[in-house]
Design a protein around this ligand. Sequence first.
Ligand code: SAH
Length: 212
Amino acid sequence: MSPEARRIRLVLELRSAGITDTRVLSAMERVRRELFVPETFRDRASEDVALPIGRQQTVSQPSVVARMSQALEVGDRDKVLEIGTGSGYQSAVLCHLCRRLYTVERHPVLLREAEARLAKLGLTNVTARVGDGTAGWPEQAPFDRVMVTAAGEDILEALLAQVAVGGIMVAPVGIGERDQRLVRVRRTEDGADTEDLGAARFVPLVAGVEPE
Ligand code: SAH
């Protein structure tokens, strides 16, 4: 089966698994996941599994990327912050959904590789930087949407403070692989409303930046 045919099959599977947002489905149909994984895993890129990308990190399962992207309710005028660029796959999907994406990664090598992939795909509405995402990106705040792709102990106040009123943050919360939950927080005038979106399994959010 060609990579295109496999990607179409994956999108049909996502649809039957409850992803109904047509913008998310078409973004996932456009982004070639095989370009975001190491050569050895290329033939598994259209399977719904997390795959290693080096530095003990993984690119999330397509169904998780779809679920998070849908939960974020991204509009095409939105300014979005992503914490944990990793391979850049989720970033590429977000680039198709939003006006401008800011993405932060603590591993310089992963960030460089991700940036090269995004540039090669002609995605120009993204700005990426090496940094500790637990601090967000204060110079660019506020954001309409914030997505965190590594699990912290709790919702980070520093990040929530960078969400515009009316904006949304989606993040995995909890330590340990068994107890994590995916959480959606809607920022209101006087605080925030939190919703539990179900079980999750992400690599941990780690403070500080790795050396080169
Ligand atoms: N969204 C990625 C998957 C990322 S895995 C993809 O589609 O490939 C989570 C990523 O978060 C890892 O690359 C990890 O290095 C990064 N990360 C963990 N803690 C971080 C922090 N404090 N700041 C920035 N990035 C962080």
